[in-house]
Design a protein around this ligand. Structure first.
Ligand code: ZN
Length: 508
């Protein structure tokens, strides 16, 4: 998923003083971005291919952005056209790269452009309307082969009154990214936006909101968010970033798959606009909790496949159980442990509802590893959503198993924080041996757990595990599954239930 690449990785590729300078013009058309790219420095023969993204970190979706590109042109310094050849859907080859000084092209917005297959998620897409634009850079910018690690400057040609929301820093009226990955990691929302900010301990939190009919404001969202931020802080001990930007986009009838997409210092939400009711507030709060937790994983814990993201050919990591399953589990239990959600609310949201949905809508014979490794295939896309249900439930069971084996001293939260301590940013885990690592850090029995429920697709042992902490699951005829606390707990159950209900002290 989305991570700023380690600079060392680019040493071999780095070309001194090479910077890509983009101009994105959203004033000339209401459905097409007009893009111009110039660069400081000279292209070499090995930089002849200009690459658009086949996919983007954290989306597990084939996007083929080249599908949206037209009028791709390259120029020499006398403004003469150079020959260009399209090699595949996402690649353009410039015939005489050493002579070229500038390219221009157009890219259709993903929101309102019909495609036969692989529609781009809205929160990872692009849009231009009269009063705003949404820019996810992988949907319109690219890089020359060999220069993915070079800095990027972006100027946004836009109506003067527009406010610009992004986690990217500004310099001389341009937004500046360290490299292409950083650019993709930093969506931009601009237009008629409301703004609010706050400081939580040492973390500055900013909110930018586009609400088509002004129904939801950044101030509303901020007051709603403080509980999530507070509970996250309790769960994580300290927030791992010094700043964070929430970008919200609300319109009445979003033209596709809505949701939210996480980044290192921001997240982008696209959701239907409506009155700011308590139930809408709750759902926004839950998604915010999920996206915010992603700063732990994949930002701080991920494998080398995520660390060096491949924009050319989609390469899945098998540890989606961690990136999305554990994140979804954490986003709920942190609210319960932080006192923002009561026990019954938590059990309904994180257990009963998820058991019902995973059993009703998804294939039980797909393991969490299958869901990860096959996510880019069409059949895989149909099962992908289960990572938020089965993935979260498996994480919940793993938490209980760890608490049982450690006699209430270490649960999944504590294991995750130990992993952050051990690995952390810029130090990826091994795709191959990560699970063995976890077993070494915990108990041999955890190896069996992974074999059965992450790598394998054995039936999940809800009843057996929930009982360990004094919870019960019932399946009344023709009624939904229900999970609740038993009336009487043994002292062993009571002890584990108490440990399970709180953020434990860390033993390092
Ligand atoms: Zn997620």
């Amino acid at each position: 998923m989305v991570v700023i690449l380690k600079m060392v990785a680019f040493d071999v590729l780095a070309q001194d003083d090479f910077a890509m300078k983009y101009l994105i013009d959203v004033t000339r058309s209401l459905d097409t971005f007009e893009i111009e790219l110039e660069w400081d420095g000279k292209l070499k023969l090995e930089n002849e291919i200009f690459q658009f993204a086949a996919t983007a970190p954290g989306t597990y979706q084939t996007m083929d952005i080249g599908r949206f590109v037209s009028d791709f042109r390259a120029y020499d310094k006398k403004n003469r056209l150079l020959e260009v050849e399209q090699l595949g859907v996402n690649q353009f080859r410039i015939d005489q790269p050493k002579k070229s000084v500038r390219i221009t092209y157009k890219v259709a917005e993903t929101f309102d452009t019909k495609v036969k297959k692989n529609p781009v998620y809205l929160m990872a897409g692009s849009s231009i309307e009269e009063d705003h634009t949404l820019i996810n850079s992988h949907t319109m910018l690219g890089y020359f082969h060999g220069l993915q690690g070079q800095p990027i400057h972006v100027k946004l040609e836009r109506p003067e009154s527009w406010r610009v929301g992004t986690a990217l820093p500004h310099r001389d009226q341009a937004l500046v990214a360290e490299n292409f990955d950083h650019m993709v990691d930093s969506p931009i929302l601009a237009g008629k936006l409301t703004y609010a900010d706050t400081i939580l301990d040492n973390t500055r939190v900013e909110i930018y909101t586009y609400s088509a009919n002004n129904k939801i404001s950044s101030t509303d969202l901020l007051s709603n968010m403080s509980g999530v931020l507070d509970a996250s802080k309790q769960f994580l001990v300290e927030l791992p970033v010094d700043r964070y930007t929430f970008l919200y986009h609300f319109e009445p009838n979003p033209p596709g798959q809505t949701g939210a997409w996480e980044h290192s210092y921001s997240s982008e939400f696209v959701m239907p606009e409506g009155e700011f009711t308590p139930s809408r507030m709750k759902s926004i709060e839950h998604i915010a909790s999920h996206e915010f937790f992603h700063i732990v994983t994949p930002l701080n814990i991920h494998s080398e496949i995520i660390e060096q993201f491949n924009f050319v050919s989609p390469t899945p990591s098998s540890h989606l159980w961690l990136y999305e399953g554990v994140t979804e589990w954490a986003s709920n239990i942190l609210l319960y442990r932080g006192g923002k959600m009561d026990l019954n609310g938590y059990l309904k949201e994180a257990w009963s509802k998820k058991i019902m949905i995973t059993e009703k809508y998804f294939r039980e014979d797909w393991s969490l590893q299958d869901i990860a490794l096959r996510s880019y295939a069409e059949e895989g896309q149909k099962q992908y959503g289960n990572i938020y249900y089965k993935g979260s439930l498996v994480a919940g069971l793993l938490d209980i198993r760890l608490l049982e084996l450690s006699e209430g001293k270490l649960g999944l939260r504590e294991l995750i924080l130990n992993l952050v301590e051990k690995y952390g940013k810029g130090n990826p885990v091994s795709e191959e041996t990560f699970i063995e690592d976890i077993v070494d850090m915990t108990y041999p029995e955890i190896g069996d757990f992974f074999n059965k429920y992450v790598l394998g697709s054995e039936d999940l042992p809800y009843e057996e595990y929930l009982k360990k902490i004094g919870l019960k699951i019932v399946r009344p005829a023709k009624q939904p599954v229900s999970v609740f606390k038993a009336k009487k707990l043994t002292s062993e159950q009571g002890q584990l239930f108490d440990a399970w209900s709180q953020n434990l002290s860390l033993q390092r």
